[in-house]
Design a protein around this ligand. Structure first.
Ligand SMILES: C[S@@+](CC[C@H](N)C(=O)[O-])C[C@H]1O[C@@H](n2cnc3c(N)ncnc32)[C@H](O)[C@@H]1O
Length: 289
């Protein structure tokens, strides 16, 4: 551990040296226990820079005092956990997932809807929404009238994250046109409404999605099972036992033949392999019975 009392804390009126190894250790234990997030020693400065504004706003004079605060105050702990999350995401990230979904999964879901059935989709760890909007646009497809018919069926999409600031942005559904560029043009034309340098996701697409603050380590209040779960680039922050427990819970939450998409550097290990079959790079399906 290299963080000692030598750097400027950035806290007005507080001398350097108010954040040290014990504070970092305490914060990483809390992040791990509460959210599964592993913060190795190399992240000590990152923790400092992300929490310093909160320490300042809380009126605490030292990180030590702030650690005591977050131990006792659940709301402040929630704020600290939010600040410690990494929310990097972008539209059409890992394009092969959307292509697989469009060609291998969407036709079956449309048949399901045509027979009067329902479709349930979950983006777990949706961050600021780029993933879920990419997926909803792909589900609706490039043909607006067909997409409008799909949107009138029993389709419900859940987008959840532990970071409230990210969910607020996802729900606003407003992005720079520049950021939307990775989305195939036909989908962008069909499901975004340009407004100067920005664009908003079309109302038909927005109407399908419910946003929820949800800690994946906690209880999941959703009663039904999902046809598709995206949980990408979330488990990279977790240790192996947490990943394995989570993937087993996802497997239990899929309908037979339901699909789980995970991040490019992640893979399924452990008991979930008894239930899930590998369908392609970082794509899994729940075996039927
Ligand atoms: C790097 S982003 C990934 C966003 C998107 N899935 C993607 O692949 O582009 C990781 C997200 O996981 C969320 N996250 C981390 N730990 C979580 C937990 N315990 N419960 C729910 N969400 C969590 C973070 O808040 C963050 O928004």
């Amino acid at each position: 551990m290299t963080v000692h009392a030598t750097f400027d804390t950035g806290l007005p009126g507080v001398s350097p040296g108010v954040y040290g190894p014990a504070d970092f250790k305490a914060v990483s234990e809390i992040a791990h226990r509460e959210a599964g997030i592993v913060l190795p020693p190399g992240k000590a400065m990152l923790v400092y820079s992300r929490l310093a504004p909160l320490v300042r706003d809380s009126g605490c004079q030292t990180f030590g005092a702030y650690v005591l605060r977050i131990r006792e105050d659940a709301e402040e702990r929630k704020r600290a956990i939010c600040a410690l999350t990494t929310n990097h995401t972008f539209f059409y990230r890992e394009a092969h997932h959307f292509e697989h979904f469009a060609h291998e999964v969407r036709p079956r879901l449309i048949e399901q809807l045509n027979r009067g059935g329902k479709v349930r989709i979950w983006s777990a760890g949706c961050s600021s929404g780029e993933e879920i909007w990419s997926l909803v646009m792909t589900l609706l497809g490039p043909d607006r009238s067909q997409g409008q018919r799909i949107a009138q069926c029993d389709v419900r999409v859940l987008a959840s994250d532990i970071a409230t600031h990210a969910i607020t942005k996802a729900e606003a559904a407003r992005y720079r046109q520049e950021d939307l560029k990775p989305v195939p043009e036909a989908l962008r034309r069909a499901w975004t409404v340009p407004d100067g340098a920005e664009a908003t996701i079309a109302p038909e697409a927005r109407a399908l999605v419910r946003f929820r603050h949800l800690n994946l380590l906690g209880d999941w209040p959703m009663a039904g099972a999902f046809d598709v779960i995206f949980c990408r680039n979330v488990m990279i922050y977790f240790d192996n036992p947490t990943k394995e427990r989570l993937v087993s819970r996802f497997a239990d939450k899929l309908v037979p033949n339901g699909h789980l998409y995970i991040g490019h550097s992640e893979r399924v290990t452990g008991p979930a392999l008894d239930t899930l079959s590998n369908m392609g790079p970082t794509i899994y399906a729940r075996r039927a019975a």
